[in-house]
Design a protein around this ligand. Structure first.
Ligand SMILES: C[S@@+](CC[C@H](N)C(=O)[O-])C[C@H]1O[C@@H](n2cnc3c(N)ncnc32)[C@H](O)[C@@H]1O
Length: 278
């Protein structure tokens, strides 16, 4: 094993606090590779060769701080990497039927066992929005359906849709790291009928889906909802998450304008997931 040195930043911000997701997104843009959210805060990792001491200057949320962030830095070697994950990454159970776990966890006795290489925070089931989207996938019929997972992260939603016998799934993420991670997880879970792409909604063209899943963020969703509506078949379902309770009116107005009908919403710690049908 090579001896890559990582710098670990430890941000003392609660994962339940609005803003921790923006912090992670901005750290990702600044070059941080992986994140772990735990009770104490957010751990963020960057390879030492990609690091410089001004790395946090582009992380805007730290300037217009909507929360207090304190941090410490330590160097870790790659050999410690798995141990760090094992310490911080717990398997997540969604309803009785589904467990999202890392390869080093014991195989559970459930209908849907999803193994994710936990290299990033989004798409491990720990975040409220992922959890609610998994709940939606569990409680809806996917058999024989063509599915789009937009903003697929680790690919966790696409993988559950595949385990629920969807006919085919396109998983798309704008981020190269997520694209590579989703490909790896799709293979790990033997889901040959998931195609993973790097990009955004401009890739969709005329493709039609029975189900579209998009757990991204408020602004991307507001821009993309009309595109999703165009790519849904009649009676198709759109599941959205990645926004807060206070964003519901704007999301709802945009969905209704695009010809979609409201069906259901879920809420967890101020985060929301909604189902609309076409
Ligand atoms: C909140 S994570 C969701 C990951 C996973 N689907 C889940 O439910 O846990 C949002 C993902 O959307 C991706 N993303 C952000 N903007 C996007 C865009 N315009 N088009 C496609 N993906 C985007 C991010 O890279 C990130 O992986």
């Amino acid at each position: 094993m090579s001896n890559t040195i990582y710098i670990e930043y430890n941000f003392s911000v609660s994962p339940l606090q609005p803003g921790s997701d923006i912090l992670i997104a901005e750290l990702g843009e600044a070059g941080f590779e992986s994140f772990v959210e735990n009770e104490e805060g957010v751990l963020a990792y960057i390879q030492k060769e990609d690091w410089n001491e001004n790395i946090l200057e582009t992380v805007e949320i730290l300037d217009n701080s909507i929360f207090e962030v304190g941090f410490s830095i330590k160097e870790i070697e790659q050999e410690n990497w798995n141990a760090t994950w094992e310490k911080n990454f717990e398997a997540i159970q969604v309803a009785d039927q589904c467990v999202v776990r890392a390869p080093f966890h014991e195989k559970p006795d459930v209908a849907f066992d999803i193994v994710i290489e936990p290299k990033m925070s989004f798409g491990t089931g720990h975040h409220e929005t992922t959890y609610m989207m998994l709940q939606f996938v569990l409680e809806n019929d996917f058999e024989g359906k063509d599915v789009l997972d937009m903003g697929s992260g680790t690919g966790v939603l696409a993988i559950l849709a595949a385990l629920k016998k969807a006919a085919h799934i396109d998983a798309i993420d704008i981020d190269n790291w997520c694209y590579l991670n989703a490909k790896e997880n799709v293979e790990r879970n033997n889901c040959s009928h998931i195609s993973v792409f790097e990009g955004d909604s401009s890739l969709l063209g005329e493709r039609k889906y029975n189900v579209i899943l998009a757990n991204i963020n408020r602004n991307i969703l507001l821009a993309d909802i009309p595109v999703y509506a165009q790519n849904l078949r009649e009676n198709g379902a759109l599941f959205l998450s990645g926004f807060y309770e206070e964003d519901i009116p704007l999301i709802s107005e945009t969905c209704l304008k695009a010809g979609l009908k409201f069906e259901k919403n879920l809420q967890k710690n101020n985060w929301v997931a909604v189902k609309y049908v076409f």
